[in-house]
Ligand binder design. Structure first.
Ligand SMILES: [Ca+2]
Ligand SMILES: [Ca+2]
Ligand SMILES: [Ca+2]
Length: 460
C-alpha cells in the first residue's frame, strides 16, 4: 500500500513541474490529459503493481521530452488514453515496457516487451506508417561506452511488432523531405575511429518496416556528438544540425538536408572532411535566434581589449548566420552573450563594427556590463550603454539611481524574478549621434538565456 501511494504520488509530482512553467514550446495539453477520476488511477496503479511484481521498479526515460515512468497517450486516437509504463526488473532483459489499455473503464495489461540495457534513454510516439495508430519509439542505453539501442514498435491486437531495431547515439523526428510525415533521424558516433554518420529512416509500405533511406558522413575526427537539432534553412528547407566536439574545445556543426531529393551534408568541406561551421574554444550552439524558424548558426568573434578596460575577461560577440541549401550564408544579427549573468543583448546594427565591451563590477549584488563605441582612429572608447544585473537587498533602490531604467520584458516577468535588470544610456557627444539608441531599443534587444532541455540535447 505504501509503495502504491508513493508511486502514485511520484506520478503526480512528475506532472507538476510541467504546469505553469511558462515554456512556450511545450505542449502542456499532452500532459494534462490524465484520467479524471481518482479511482481510475488506483485501478491502474493496482495493475502496474502486478506487472512490477516483487522485484520490479520504475525506470523513467532519462532524456527527451517525455520522462515520466507512467505515460498516458492515446495511441489509437479513440479518445481513451493508453498507459505506457517503463520498468526495470531482475530478468535477463531487465528493461520492460508495458502497455495498459482501458476496457470498459478499467485498465488492463495488454502487452509487454523486455529489452536489454541499463536504462531507458528516450521515448516518443509517432504514427510512422500513417495508419492512425502511433508507434512507440523506445531508446535504451546499454551502458557506459556502448551505443544506445532503438526499437520502433507498432501496436496491434497481436502485440508489439518491431518495425526497426538499430543503434544510435542521438535521434530526432523531423519531416526532412517535407512530405508531411516525420522521418526518424539517427546520428551515430564511432568512438574507435572518431567518425560519425547521420541516417534517415522512413516507413516502407512493402516491407512493413522502418528502413534506412539515406545517410551522410559527419565531420571526421569528432570526439563526441554534443547536440542534434532540427530546423529550417532559408527558403524553409528542413535540415538537421549536428554539433560535435573536436580537439576537446571546438564545436563543429554538420548541416544535412535534402537537396534535389539527395540527402547531403551542405556544410562539409569535402577535401578536409570537416564542416566549415566551426566554433573554436568556446561553447555556443546554433538556435533560431530571431524566431523566424530559420535555424541560425553562431560565429564567435573576439573583441579587441582596450587600454582603460577594467576587466581582464575576454569579450566576444556572436555573429548569427543562416544557410541556404547550397551553403550560402546570410548574416541575421549580432549579439553579446553574457553567460555569467544569464542574458544576451542584440547589438544595434550601427554598433557592430566599433563595439567594445567591459565588465565593471564594483559592488556586491550589482553586476555591470558596459558597451562602448571606439571612434575611428581613437584609443579610448566612449561608453554608450550599461546593463546591470541586480540581486542584492537594495536592488530596487539601485535600479532607480539617476538615469537608470528597468528592463522589464515578458521573460523577466516570468523568470529570474529574484533579479532586477536595469540599464543606463549615456549622453553621447553630437559627433556620435549615429550610435544613439532609445530605452525602448534597449528593452527590445535584451533577452534572457534559456537553458534548452527538450529535444536535441543528448543526456551525457
Ligand atoms: Ca501507425
Ligand atoms: Ca517526411
Ligand atoms: Ca532564425
Amino acid at each position: 500500500m505504501n509503495r502504491q501511494k508513493s508511486a502514485l504520488f511520484l506520478f503526480l509530482i512528475t506532472l507538476l513541474p510541467l504546469f505553469g512553467c511558462g515554456i512556450s514550446s511545450l505542449n502542456t495539453g499532452e500532459f494534462l490529459a490524465v484520467p479524471e477520476i481518482a479511482s481510475e488511477y488506483e485501478q491502474l496503479q493496482d495493475e502496474i503493481d502486478k506487472a512490477l511484481g516483487t522485484d520490479g521498479e520504475y525506470a523513467a526515460p532519462v532524456s527527451g521530452s517525455r520522462r515520466q515512468s507512467i505515460q498516458l497517450e492515446d495511441l489509437d486516437r479513440d479518445g481513451n488514453k493508453e498507459a505506457i509504463v517503463f520498468m526495470r526488473t531482475a530478468s535477463e532483459k531487465p528493461l520492460k515496457l508495458c502497455l495498459f489499455v482501458q476496457k470498459n473503464g478499467k485498465y488492463e495489461l495488454k502487452m509487454a516487451v523486455e529489452g536489454e540495457g541499463f536504462t531507458f534513454d528516450t521515448v516518443s510516439y509517432y504514427d510512422f506508417n500513417s495508419d492512425g495508430v502511433s508507434e512507440i519509439l523506445v531508446g535504451r542505453s546499454l551502458g557506459p561506452g556502448l551505443p544506445n539501442a532503438i526499437s520502433v514498435y507498432s501496436v496491434s491486437d497481436d502485440g508489439f511488432f518491431e518495425m526497426l531495431s538499430t543503434t544510435y547515439t542521438g535521434l530526432t523526428l523531423f519531416d526532412m523531405d517535407d512530405d508531411g510525415v516525420n522521418e526518424l533521424v539517427i546520428a551515430r558516433h564511432d568512438l574507435v575511429d572518431l567518425s560519425g554518420v547521420v541516417e534517415v529512416y522512413s516507413f516502407s509500405e512493402s516491407d512493413k518496416a522502418m528502413l534506412l533511406s539515406d545517410y551522410v558522413s559527419l565531420s571526421t575526427g569528432s570526439e563526441s556528438i554534443l547536440r542534434i537539432k532540427t530546423g529550417y534553412l532559408s527558403g524553409m528547407k528542413p535540415a538537421v544540425f549536428i554539433s560535435s566536439q573536436h580537439n576537446k574545445t571546438d564545436i563543429l556543426t554538420d548541416i544535412c538536408a535534402y537537396r534535389n531529393d539527395k540527402f547531403v551534408n551542405i556544410s562539409m568541406n569535402e577535401e578536409m572532411g570537416l564542416s566549415v561551421e566551426e566554433v573554436k574554444q568556446y561553447t555556443i550552439f546554433g538556435t533560431d535566434i530571431n524566431g523566424d524558424k530559420i535555424f541560425d548558426l553562431p560565429m564567435v568573434e573576439t573583441l579587441e581589449p582596450y587600454a582603460t578596460q577594467n576587466s581582464s575577461e575576454t569579450f566576444r560577440k556572436i555573429v548569427w548566420r543562416n544557410y541556404n541549401l547550397y551553403g550560402r550564408v546570410t548574416e541575421v544579427m549580432q549579439t553579446y552573450h553574457n553567460n555569467a549573468d544569464g542574458w544576451y543583448f542584440i547589438l544595434p546594427d550601427t554598433w557592430t563594427r566599433n563595439i567594445c565591451i567591459d565588465r565593471r563590477d564594483y559592488l556586491s549584488g550589482e553586476r555591470t556590463i558596459v558597451f562602448s563605441i571606439m571612434p575611428e582612429g581613437k584609443e579610448v572608447p566612449v561608453d554608450v550603454l550599461s546593463i546591470y544585473t541586480l540581486t542584492g537587498d537594495n536592488k530596487e533602490d539601485r535600479s532607480r539611481l539617476p538615469g537608470r531604467f528597468r528592463i522589464n520584458t515578458e521573460q523577466t516577468k516570468s523568470s529570474r524574478r529574484d533579479t532586477i535588470f536595469a540599464a543606463y544610456l549615456a549622453e553621447l557627444p553630437p559627433e556620435m549621434s549615429a550610435f544613439a539608441i532609445s530605452e525602448e531599443d534597449v528593452i527590445k534587444s535584451f533577452r534572457l538565456i534559456q537553458t534548452e532541455w527538450l529535444t536535441g540535447e543528448l543526456s551525457r
